[in-house]
Design a protein around this ligand. Sequence first.
Ligand code: AHR
Length: 542
Amino acid sequence: MFSPDRRSFLQQAGATGLACSADLLFGRFLSAQTRSSNPGEPSRIFLDSRRMIAPLDRNLFGSFLEHLGRAIHEGIYDPASKLSDSNGFRKDVIDEIKKLGVPIIRYPGGNFVSGYNWLDGVGPKQDRPRVLDKAWNSLESNQFGTNEFMTWCKAAGTEPLMGLNLGTGTPERAAALVEYCNVEKGTQWSDLRRKHGFAAPYNVRRWCLGNEMDGPWQIGHMTATEYGLKAQDAARQMRYVDSSVQLIACGSSGPFMPTYLEWDREVLEQCYDYVDGLSLHRYFGNTPDETGGSSEKYLALNLTMDRQIAETLAVCDLVRGHKRSSKKLWLSFDEWNVWYRERSGAAVNGNRQEAPHLLEEIYNLEDALLVGGLINTLLRNADRVKLACLAQLINVIAPIMTNPTGLFRQTIYYPYSWALQFARGNVLNVLVQSPTYEVSHVDPVSYLDAAGTLNPENGQTSLFILNRDLSKAREVEVVWEDNPGKQVLASWVLTGNDLKAVNSFDAPQRVQPQPLDKPSTGSGRTKFEVPARSYTVLQWSS
Ligand code: AHR
């Protein structure tokens, strides 16, 4: 079962790896695009449309829905609710997700997928078995399965990223699901789909070959070599069915793993030639082990995500060299978020109930600011990270929470929604010059962390700025090195006096964006102030 195993594993990691977490998780790492300046000087952000990282793949801001707690059942699917449509889909939730514009959603797990038999979730609903989900010790009714998810994705305007069971599941059964989803007709599994009432194939493009197979908590956990061979076999069989699929192998579950990077190397030695991407996962916490309760340190944790990406890419490219391969892998950061409160005991044990309240983390302002920083990190790694999933989307470590009468937006909703709304076109290689501060075991940390995009279609520039200074507003000067932005189209800031403030059903707007005074531009420079403890987005026309 997930809870005790993983908890004790993490505690063990805490006793060893996390005790030196400051070194292990931070190391000495400062973003390459950052230069320090004198404490009194204004911070400068240099923008140059010729200095570009990569075209932005919008799948960088995907999300995740697992059969876990109230994510699927009650969250997006609740046939008994007055708020649901004739499919049993919560209409208010669909509207919210459409408004957000989530491009891709990973499903059905997570740990859940490693014990999941997809055949339990297709066909006449009255014949589907109620089963024990061993990952979360919960009951799964299977009333929502593959076809319901595909129908829901269409309604929500998003693309599926399908997870496969490589724990208890076989490569043959994984390939059968590809056949069920993607072959038009005339084969065993495509005809079964048609018999179930779905004539048209779904053409699912992207697939995850298992989940966190390096973790001793994972059902079917195995060695890296065993997994690499299994992933290779699954990939070959899946491509025999549909050669157009894009496949993601399971990388390390995080830098706290004792097998971190070695796992990735050994897996890729087996399956490099057969896959397109490698996954990585990370949940950030504000525990005494991780930050000593220091908000200054907590808000710098996104720099450790930069580092994790760099290290994982180094391994991908090492194996590429060994194989003399012309192919370069991309990364799928397909689980990332803040998660540290609802992480053990009752919070992860479903007690053999259907739709139990699990992992219902309530996020505060400080968490939202770090999520903003993590979005900046993803943007500046957009040349190799082509897909990423905020884990998760509804009720379970999520930006959106539901109850029988409605929903509310958690604090982390806002930076995520800004990325979806304003990050467009090409990611700029933004140069930041900012004073720095010291935290133990970390290179000097820049007060400001910035990322930006420029959309070549309409010339709009967007800038995302985290101010890690907890006590002072910071003066910022944007230096336009070629084409200065003209009209300010949007300027919003997320800030507040209380870093621990949260939203709830009773106070859904306690933490929400406020308009920032629109700054003016002259002689190729734009000056403004970002408040203490804040995450800001600005957008200009060309
Ligand atoms: O997102 C919650 C869980 O975290 C997922 O099921 C698992 O993959 C990870 O450990």
